[in-house]
Design a protein around this ligand. Structure first.
Ligand code: IVH
Length: 695
């Protein structure tokens, strides 16, 4: 017997499942959430509480069930309900036109056909089965006839609907539906994943596609759940129900209405439009968040498409118009080594010249020596080189099957190739360093960095001139730049009186660059432009920064202990102290503008808050905005750097964590009192300064 209470709870349970699916969809499919993360967490928490009390209610379509148990013995084979076909390719406009002409000869109706043009995502086909709207099976393509059952892994993909309709206003699902889509990873997610794997000492992936494939074929869905897989759908393989779509355009709109993430498509009346859409995607390719390898052109009318038939495994009525390759193979002729400004040695490849996307490539980066070893890259190997957009070409890996036995294993250098000093490996790092601080390669790279646009922005001072200055020994460090005279420069090759005077003027003009740029320009290890800014927000000038301790630096949100140590070490070194003295004497000694601006006006400046529980009369967002407006930083998790934990009603686990770390807690009323007190103190000290120190 169910009691009335239980009935109400059951209703609430079903409602919660629907709500959470809907909010997942708003977030992962539409990228348009309508509730805060906090509210979402509350719904999830409520759902979990009900499921704990009633485990017998839990169904596989519950949002809590995305990562289930691993399959007992590998992946089961599944036969597809219809062949999962592939696509023929064309590589230029002529081949595209020839494709269409062939079709017109086969069926004159094609002359009047329109087309959809979709981006071709470089991922993996997945086949998704739904019975009465419930996701029941997901498979890989396999050989097109039989794939593998990866249902448990696909369930972890957040944008995949576990139950249709997802939207409250969505149409009812057809009783049977099989959808085809592409599973993939964005480039940013791929980089982050590789970084995480590297830190855990695990094997990394060569590209986003391999990462997506590896993640989908994980035996443990819990691992897949931590992999940032995405999904976009583009085809209906089976539709059993009323009103089946009759065009590809209707397919996409139907899928969209049912709540699937769908590829972005254009509808084109003729080939001119198709070519324009191809060029649009080609232009976007480098900046697009995920890899595209072309566009897919489909005859819009599904009946016409079907009647055109299939050649081999390729339907005639569709074609992939591929982008020029970004990866080619060539021979690795030699490995050479570059010395950077911190002394780090970076290997690079000398290649048999090869064209990639219209550019001749002769060199490519090899990242670091560990990379060469991990990928087993040998001199003389056939290698895959990739060049995409603005990224420096790099070696993806060797083609092992092309080995002849004549390839040579590469040994990393034991001495700096520029100055001959011994090289060293720093504990916990993969890089090798030249330990000679006076190494000309390091000096000139340092000067080049100091003068670069994001740093002191000295016009005309690039790599070549930096090398000249160091080689002629007129500059030994960045401090010397400000003492250069026209006479120092005239003997250098290519310098006339005008060029010399211009460079001196450009150097002098850089004297009043803001503190954050100077800090960045010093080239302290671990201090990029963002960290430099954090330092300039906190310290008045280089004097103040040079007195900073590791503890003080790590207390700054965004600075970790390793960087803090690098900063302190940098300021302790004699060589660097001399540089600072030269800068000070030359008048290159800016005061922080960022620090003053903040300190003067904001009562909570320098404090970091975390909120837990419900605050009286205001939402989490409102509280956060208010705190930030008063100069505070608000973060999501409690750490040693948290100044205070603000505790509302029904606090969560953050409270225990704060207590464990000794982070003090405040109620909202106490926060208000704190602001009042600080504002009064600030007023007092302001008056004191105005009255010449008299209170
Ligand atoms: S349609 C009958 N549309 O490209 C062929 N495929 O090279 C149906 N792909 O196996 C495929 N984006 O994995 C189609 N918008 C798109 C696509 C797409 C990526 C992949 C798919 C297919 C491969 C063929």
């Amino acid at each position: 017997m169910t009691t009335p209470d239980e009935k109400a709870l059951r209703q609430r349970y079903e409602e919660l499942k629907r709500l959470i699916h809907y909010h997942n969809y708003r977030y992962y499919v539409l990228n348009d959430p309508i509730i805060s993360d906090y509210e979402y967490d509350q719904l999830m928490r409520e759902l979990k509480a009900i499921e704990e009390a009633h485990p017998e209610w839990v169904t596989p379509d519950s949002p809590t069930q995305r990562a289930g148990a691993p399959p007992a013995e590998g992946f089961r084979k599944v036969r597809h309900p219809a062949p999962i076909l592939s696509l023929a390719n064309v590589f230029n406009d002529e081949e595209l036109e020839a494709w269409l002409e062939r079709l017109i000869r086969l069926d004159p109706r094609v002359r009047d056909a329109d087309f959809t043009v979709e981006p071709k995502i470089d991922g993996l086909t997945v086949v998704l089965h739904y019975h009465n709207g419930v996701f029941t099976l997901g498979a890989t393509r396999g050989d097109g006839e039989v794939g593998e059952d990866i249902t448990a892994n696909l369930r972890t993909v957040r944008s995949l609907p576990l139950r249709i309709p997802v939207r409250p206003d969505g149409p009812p699902p057809p009783p049977r539906l099989v959808v085809r889509g592409e599973a993939f990873m964005t480039r940013a997610d791929f980089e982050a994943l590789n970084e995480r794997l590297r830190q855990q000492g695990q094997r990394t992936f060569a590209n986003p596609r391999n990462a997506a494939a590896g993640s989908l074929r994980q035996l443990d869905p819990k691992v897949t759940a931590e992999r940032p897989l995405r999904l976009l759908c583009y085809q209906i393989v089976v539709y059993e129900g009323p009103n089946p779509p009759r065009t590809q355009w209707e397919v996409l709109r139907t899928l969209e209405a049912l709540g699937f993430p769908v590829v972005e498509a254009d509808l084109c009346p003729d080939l001119e439009c198709v070519k324009a859409v191809y060029r649009k995607w080609l232009a976007r390719r480098d900046t697009w968040p995920y890899d595209l390898d072309g566009v897919v052109i489909k005859i819009n009318d599904l009946e016409l498409q079907r009647s055109l038939g299939v050649v081999g495994k390729d339907p005639r009525g569709m074609v992939a118009y591929k982008f020029p390759a970004q990866e080619v193979t060539t021979t690795l002729l030699d490995i050479r080594v570059n010395v950077g400004r911190t002394g780090v040695l970076t290997p690079y490849a000398i290649l048999e010249p090869v064209e990639i996307g219209g550019v001749i490539v002769r060199k490519a980066t090899l990242h670091n020596f560990a990379y060469i070893r991990e990928k087993d890259i040998r001199i003389g190997d056939r290698v895959i080189v990739r060049r995409a957009g603005d990224v420096i070409p790099y070696i993806v890996g060797p083609v092992i099957s092309a080995r002849t036995g004549k390839e040579r294993i590469y040994e990393p250098p034991t001495h700096c190739p520029v100055c001959g000093a011994p090289v060293e490996k720093v504990e916990g790092e993969v890089a090798l360093y030249c330990i000679n601080a006076a190494c000309p390669a390091q000096l000139s790279r340092n000067i080049e960095h100091f003068a670069s646009r994001e740093a002191m922005d000295i016009e005309g001072l690039g790599r070549k001139i930096a090398e000249q200055l160091v080689a002629a020994k007129v500059v030994g460090d960045v401090g010397d730049l400000y003492y250069l005279t026209v006479d120092d420069l005239l003997p250098l090759e290519g310098f006339g009186p005008k060029k010399a005077a211009n460079l001196i003027a450009a150097i002098q003009a850089s004297k009043d660059r803001p503190l954050e740029r100077l800090i960045y320009g010093l080239g302290i290890r671990g201090v990029g432009a963002v960290t430099a800014r954090l330092l300039a927000e906190r310290y008045e000038d280089l004097d103040a920064l040079s007195r900073a301790t590791v503890d003080e630096l790590t207390a700054i949100e965004g600075i970790g202990p390793v960087t803090a140590r690098f900063i302190v070490d940098w300021f302790q070194r004699d060589r660097n102290r001399k540089v600072l003295e030269k800068l000070r004497r030359a008048g290159v000694w800016p005061k922080s503008r960022l620090r003053q601006a903040e300190a003067e006006t904001k009562p909570l400046a320098g404090l970091t808050f975390v909120i837990t529980g419900t605050l009286p009369g205001l939402t989490r967002e409102e509280a956060k905005a208010w705190l930030e407006a008063h100069g505070a930083k608000v973060t999501n998790s409690v750490s040693r750097k948290t100044s205070y934990l603000i505790v509302g009603e029904n606090p969560g686990s953050k409270l225990a964590k704060a207590q464990a770390l000794g982070v003090p807690t405040l109620t909202w009323d106490e926060v208000l009192a704190l602001v009042q007190r600080r504002e009064q103190e600030m007023k007092k000290s302001e008056m004191a300064t105005r009255n010449g120190g008299q209170p």
